[in-house]
Design a protein. Structure first.
Length: 246
């Protein structure tokens, strides 16, 4: 009996530990979607479909190639990010642009060509400098892109992406990709059209809730709206009220 009581007593802390682990696993993930959307608001004009031409040398078609990309919002696990699927790109198959840990910081996760596992992307960090988003590889590689510079021009209808190799303060050009937005003014924030109720960009897709029509800017925002339309609309009205009171 004494031996049995000792075993039971010894098992209590273990049981408590298991219960604690289970409770931690079941704890809800903190929703940082709203903060992420605010942090990425300055680059949400990337959303849309782009047709591109890449050139190793400016003004020369030697070694040039064509590619296409589609940027959209992605929402998962209480976080929001901008993601691009690239077709026929020379360097990457997928890009994921996220809010960084510091104010004004961005993180880019870029999946190199030939990597089937998107969980092993290359990581770049940076911020906005002179109107462009400049991102540098955390672990530069000798021949791979080590710095990417994204710049929107022509009122947001053109995107220029400069790929460079190198490290530290020394970078040299690999190529530049010039992209034209498919459909003039597609997904430009707040310009000449209905507003996306999720992000504030230009609404191009109709969604409905309780018999009323609303607009979103991309497939990611559409899915996010359909999962919780009441919550999205409540946040939208709150945002509009705050803008009105400024």
């Amino acid at each position: 009996m004494i031996f049995a009581r000792r075993i039971a007593s010894a098992m209590v802390p273990c049981g408590m530990l298991i219960a604690t682990i289970v409770a931690a696993a079941d704890a809800p993930v903190e929703d940082q979607t709203r903060d992420d959307k605010r942090a990425l608001a300055g680059v949400q004009n990337y959303v849309g479909e782009w047709r591109s031409v890449g050139q190793p040398k400016r003004g020369s078609n030697q070694g040039a190639w064509t590619e296409q990309s589609t940027w959209s919002w992605h929402f998962k696990g209480g976080r929001a990010e901008l993601a691009a699927d690239l077709a026929n790109s020379k360097y990457f198959s997928k890009l994921r642009l996220q809010a960084g840990e510091k104010p004004g910081e961005f993180i880019l996760l870029a999946t190199p060509l030939g990597k089937a596992n998107a969980d092993e992307p290359r990581r770049f960090t940076g911020n906005i400098s002179h109107g462009a988003v400049v991102l540098t590889a955390d672990e530069p590689q000798e021949t791979a892109p080590a710095r990417l510079t994204f710049r929107l021009v022509a009122g947001g209808d053109r995107m220029l992406v400069l790929y460079e190799k190198g490290s530290g303060e020394s970078f040299t050009r690999l190529a530049e990709v010039g992209s034209t937005r498919k459909g003039s003014s597609f997904a430009r924030a707040g310009a000449n059209g209905p507003e996306c109720v999720v992000t504030g960009g230009l609404g191009t897709i109709v969604v409905e809730h309780e018999g009323k029509k609303y607009y979103v800017c991309c497939g990611g925002c559409r899915d996010y709206f359909l999962e919780n339309p009441a919550g999205v609309l409540a946040e939208f009205r709150e945002r509009k009220a705050a803008e009105k009171n400024k």
